[in-house]
Design a protein around this ligand. Sequence first.
Ligand code: ADP
Ligand code: MG
Ligand code: ZN
Length: 563
Amino acid sequence: MGSDEALEVLRRVFGYDAFRGRQQDIIEHVIGGGDALVLMPTGGGKSLCYQIPALVRDGTAVVVSPLIALMQDQVDALTALGVRAGFVNSTLDYDSRRAVEAQFVGGDLDLLYLAPEALATSSTLRLLERGRIGLFAIDEAHCVSQWGHDFRPDYLNLSMLHERWPDVPRIALTATATTATHKEIATRLGLTDARHFVSSFDRPNIQYRIVAKQDPRRQLLDLLRTEHRDDAGIVYCLSRASVEKIADFLKDNGIPALPYHAGLDARTRADNQSRFLREDGLVMVATIAFGMGIDKPDVRFVAHLDLPKSVEGYYQETGRAGRDGLPSTAWLAYGLQDVVQQRKLIDGSEGDAAHRRGLAQHLDAMLALCETVECRRVQLLAYFGEQSGPCGNCDTCLSPPESWDGTVAAQKLLSTVYRLHKERNQKFGAGQCIDILLGKKTDKVVQWHHDELTVFGVGADLREADWRAVIRQLLAQGLLAVEGDYGTLVLTEASGEVLGRHRQVMLRREPERPVSAAKTAKVAKQRSAASASAELSPEATELFERLRAWRAATAKELSVPAY
Ligand code: ADP
Ligand code: MG
Ligand code: ZN
């Protein structure tokens, strides 16, 4: 049944020829009254998975979405297609709200968008009792996860929908796909009988590149000038202050850039967002407050000037590039200071030790991605439980980093930390340790008599940048740690194996020449074949779980960060 009708609605109402990926299966399942949990990458086309059932099934589809700022846009877009849609949230004035309510109660709405906090109020619940509901859609369902940075406490209430309306099917959708988040969503929303639709998370048209931070503004400017002239893109920064500074810097250099962060007033934010969506070739410089639910198909690059807190976050943010399937760049510049800063944030974060441990594990996985000598995509997909071969369209594939035996360098660095600590009961940050190794008689070195240490000057065979890379990688491999407000270096248990000469340390040498644009286009073309999608069978899920457990155990043995 539903199949022909769904296709007919796709063509007549939305004007598309064919379904993408698993859309058709999902839509038919939901039209038939089944519950569904949909994991599909950003830009995969999740909205149609509930919008078409909303049109085919009797009654109104109630859509829960955290994106209040976008509800108006979504409803306008649907209305333009002749779909009867409305929304209720805090931005609505009394009269408009009454009008939408009357439409809903009168059975004149196909879709009603609600903010999650609205569902916590008894007036909204009374309203819902008075209409006829054909479907519940829970968009951005990862907001129920307490680990993610998008956590919304009101999402925890949503399990009550099923208790109050046991016969109404539910569909939950998200682009966040680690096994842990996936399970957490199913549990917290009480989706016990839901069918799980898991699409491949590969985005073959996105080229992943991670470079060592030297002069990040210059590096960004080079990227934009040489490869992304006149392109629309997003530049992510950690703080509001750096958003402002980078936006100004780009403007000063002739690149049209707009700032976006939570400290700007609502009006400016809305203006900048709508200019970014409607005009061509604008660069949005933003904190992670920007981007969720934004549907702009031709974002050609996403650049990160600060290290994301987790692979999930990185994947979500980079996923905003290239929704149109054309070649796009995900570029991240990261340095030692990022690691120090992130550790500091974790140490100072609220919550108990377990929470901090969780954050630290997320950061470790992100560091491992940054410092890998393997294909970035293989690592990234493995993190989401997918296996794949080298992609040919990431920096490590295009310009494989050499690895070198860094055992001696690691021993020099670790013994500097050891000597400062054991012989002098002192702890210092990376800068001082590097000065000691290089044999630089800075004021601070002289003041602390560090030129009298036996390790003074033993590292003059490497450059400062090399030492920074050594330290970053030792941190990523768990052979060194940073602590405290000043990011002082401290040894880990595993450091002892290196110092005791029981362990070889292989390090990554940065490629001399960065990946070029010409290579990019060619490879992206070769890989433009549609990415495969697959619903995981219980056997496959179990296999992935076993692999993950094995990886974690091995990682522990080798004391490298586990996923
Ligand atoms: P998601 O919510 O998964 O990030 P959206 O639902 O916003 O993705 O869809 C992303 C884009 O893909 C939209 O512009 C949408 O109109 C388009 N799209 C979705 N399904 C199809 C389809 N079957 N054919 C063509 N375009 C589609
Ligand atoms: Mg969406
Ligand atoms: Zn690759």
